[in-house]
Each structure stands twice: as structure tokens, then as C-alpha cells.
Design a protein around this ligand. Structure first.
Ligand code: NAD
Length: 354
């Protein structure tokens, strides 16, 4: 029998889940003891921001529709001052990880509670981790103040997420749960959540590809994203997240696609060092091998499987291996430069993970 000896860190927060659950928005704003909400969204999702504002009627104080990737400090300051001018007493972030990130940057320096309405599967709404970019450098940190107080998961708002991004964002979520299963802080509760999160996304992704408006598939994907985000916010990550952070930050590669391409190779790297976790990931995917299972899930659903497909340059592979192995960090298998170089070369070419 497995020895039970662990710390489980639950994060406070209220979740309202279901198709059309946006109808409960006013109730949820009032539940936060708030009356005037500033709505945050990206320029591409302006119509969604307006739709949310319409749901809220006179309790919508205004819309700030300029959320972009990596949360520039200047933008965060501007959004905070708009919130002050409009006398907003809460902020509603509707969108993907970039918009939720802007909400977090506001919460970091003010008392405004954040209500998140995620429309991708990135999972940021469930974590106390924030990132802000200043003078070209992205600073990340952990602070409980940035954790949204309430999250409304309404799958109907995700049917507009393009199929390609739905697949890669879903595999981005799977990456959180896969690394949670072999995390140094893994515990029986987070492992249960992680395995179920992977299974929900693995059954939902083919359904979304077959019919992007399938509300059942969209519901299961968003449910999986919630579970995967929960474990991302509860336990430490390892090699895979470090590699993606390096590739995204130093070579400007797109977030969800990079996660999708790298995950099979990170799992192959850790295969022998974390056999129990691999068994659970494979079981959740319904395959023999975790690494090959993720690779096939991506390939079968039209996602990119090679870094060269998304703009990585051959000459940058070595540089990436240097950066990713420069500062030691915990991973089930020690992080060694030559082995990381070979991992990245395979990911660059997109060969079947060995
Ligand atoms: P994103 O938020 O940048 O969104 C990508 C694009 O898709 C945007 O143009 C957005 O407007 C659009 N979009 C989102 N939902 C849509 C929908 N339903 N319909 C149509 N278009 C839609 O991408 P992301 O992958 O969600 O988030 C990535 C960012 O989040 C990264 O910067 C990453 O670092 C951060 N992140 C942070 C955490 C954390 O815990 N702090 C966790 C995960 C991701």
C-alpha cells in the first residue's frame, strides 16, 4: 500500500460551470459585494466583451479591450487607472490567459476582486501565478491576491475558439496535469484531479475537431481545463514548463503550440524516472505510452508536431538547450545539457518520441 504523507494546498475560489452559465453573472458580481464592474478583453474579443457588458446592464462600468500577450506593465497601469476613473469595484476578465493575466496585474496592486470567464483552456484563472513584462523582461511571481475570486466556465463562449487553437490549448492544459502527476509536490488528491483532467480533454478534443460547435465536447474540454489549471495552481511544474518558458520567452514562439509540440519529448525524457505518472497519463489518454499518446493526439487532430513548423530556427536549438539547462531546477530525471539538446533536436524535427 502507498505511504500517505503529503501537503495538499487548496485554493479558495468559487466555480460556476455550465452552458449558458453567463446568465448568472449579475448574481456572481453581487456575491463579490461589488456593483460596478470593469470588463477586460482582447481587441479580437471586443464583441465578447460587449456581450458580457450587455448581460450586466447598468452594473457594467466600462470595457477595457486592449489585453495582449505577456501583460506589459504600462498596459496594467493604464487599466488600473481606468478602473479608478470609472469607480469600478471589481474587474471581469473574459478571454484567454492573456486577458486573465491583465486582470491579475490589476489585482496585484489594488483591492479589486477579479471574476474570470475563461474562453481558452490555458488554466491561468486557477493559479496565483502572475507575469508582467517591463523593459522587455517578463517577471513572474506568485501572490494569492491575483487569484480570481470567482470563475464562470461557460462552454458556449468557447465555440468561437478556432479549431487549431482549441486543440493546442487543450494539449497545453494536458501538459499542466502531466507534469503535476510527476511533480515533487504531487499528492493523491492532485493526482486524481490531474488524471481526470487529461481524460476529459483527450475525449473532448476529437469531438471539437469533428464539430467545433458541439457543446458537449466543449463542456468536457472546459471541465478538463479547469482540473488541469487547478493542479497547475497547486503543485510545482518541471522540465516541460521550463522548456516552453525558454522557447516562448527567448524565441517568441506561440504559447499553446509550443506546449503541444514539446510535451511528447518532455514525457519521453522523464519516462524511466517517473513510471507511475506515465502509467496514469497513458491510462487517461487511452494509450500504451504517455509520450507517444500525446504525440498521436496532436497529429490526429491536425496540430503542429515540430518546432520548425512554428518558426523556430535550426541555429537556435543549441542556444535554447544552453538556456534551459543553465540554471538547475527540479525534474524527475536530472537536467543535462546534451540530453536536452537531443530532446530539442527531436522536437525541432517532430520525429516520433523515442
Ligand atoms: P491568449 O489569451 O493569448 O489568446 C489567444 C488568442 O485567442 C487571442 O487573440 C484571444 O483573443 C483569442 N481567443 C481567446 N478565446 C477565444 C474564443 N473563445 N474565441 C475566439 N478567440 C479567442 O492565449 P492563451 O493560450 O489562453 O494564454 C496564453 C498566455 O497565458 C501566455 O502568456 C501564458 O504565459 C499565460 N498563462 C498564464 C498562466 C498562469 O498561471 N499565470 C497559466 C496559463 C497561461
Amino acid at each position: 500500500m502507498q505511504k500517505l504523507d503529503f501537503v495538499y494546498q487548496a485554493r479558495a475560489g468559487r466555480v460556476v460551470f455550465g452552458p449558458e452559465s453567463l446568465q448568472h453573472l449579475e448574481r456572481e458580481v453581487l456575491n463579490l459585494k461589488s456593483e460596478r464592474a470593469l470588463i477586460l478583453c482582447s481587441p479580437e474579443q471586443k464583441a465578447t466583451g460587449e456581450f458580457v457588458a450587455a448581460q450586466l446592464g447598468s452594473r457594467a462600468a466600462g470595457i477595457f479591450d486592449r489585453a495582449i500577450m505577456h501583460v506589459p506593465m504600462e498596459l496594467a497601469k493604464e487599466a488600473r487607472s481606468v478602473a479608478r476613473e470609472l469607480r469600478a469595484d471589481c474587474a471581469i476578465a473574459v478571454g484567454g490567459g492573456s486577458t486573465v493575466g491583465l486582470g491579475k496585474a490589476i489585482a496585484l496592486e489594488s483591492d479589486l476582486p477579479i471574476l474570470a470567464i475563461p474562453t481558452t483552456y490555458a488554466g491561468s484563472e486557477m493559479t496565483p501565478i502572475y507575469g508582467i513584462t517591463e523593459a522587455g523582461l517578463k517577471r513572474t511571481g506568485t501572490d494569492l491576491r491575483v487569484l480570481p475570486k470567482t470563475v464562470i466556465y461557460d462552454p458556449t463562449l468557447t465555440t468561437s475558439l478556432p479549431v487549431g487553437l482549441s486543440v493546442t490549448s487543450g494539449i497545453n492544459a494536458i501538459a499542466h496535469a502531466a507534469e503535476a502527476l510527476y511533480s515533487r509536490d504531487a499528492n493523491p488528491v492532485t493526482s486524481l484531479i490531474a488524471e481526470d483532467g487529461i481524460a476529459a480533454l483527450a475525449r473532448a478534443i476529437p469531438g471539437i475537431v469533428a464539430n467545433p460547435s458541439d457543446i458537449e465536447a466543449r463542456s468536457h474540454a472546459l471541465y478538463g481545463a479547469w482540473l488541469c489549471g487547478t493542479v497547475l495552481g497547486s503543485v510545482g511544474m518541471a522540465l516541460h514548463h521550463k522548456l516552453c518558458h525558454t522557447l516562448g520567452g527567448s524565441f517568441n514562439l506561440p504559447h499553446a503550440q509550443t506546449h503541444t509540440i514539446v510535451l511528447p519529448y518532455a514525457l519521453a525524457y522523464n519516462r524511466e524516472a517517473a513510471p507511475e505518472a506515465m502509467k496514469r497519463i497513458a491510462r487517461a489518454l487511452g494509450t500504451e505510452d504517455a509520450a507517444v499518446g500525446v504525440y498521436q493526439l496532436a497529429k490526429a487532430n491536425g496540430a503542429p508536431t515540430a518546432l520548425k513548423e512554428i518558426g523556430m530556427k535550426a541555429e537556435d536549438v543549441e542556444k535554447a538547450a544552453e538556456i534551459a539547462s543553465a540554471n538547475p531546477y527540479w525534474n524527475p530525471r536530472p537536467v543535462e545539457r546534451d540530453a536536452i539538446l537531443s530532446l530539442l533536436q527531436s522536437a525541432y524535427e517532430g520525429v516520433l518520441p523515442q
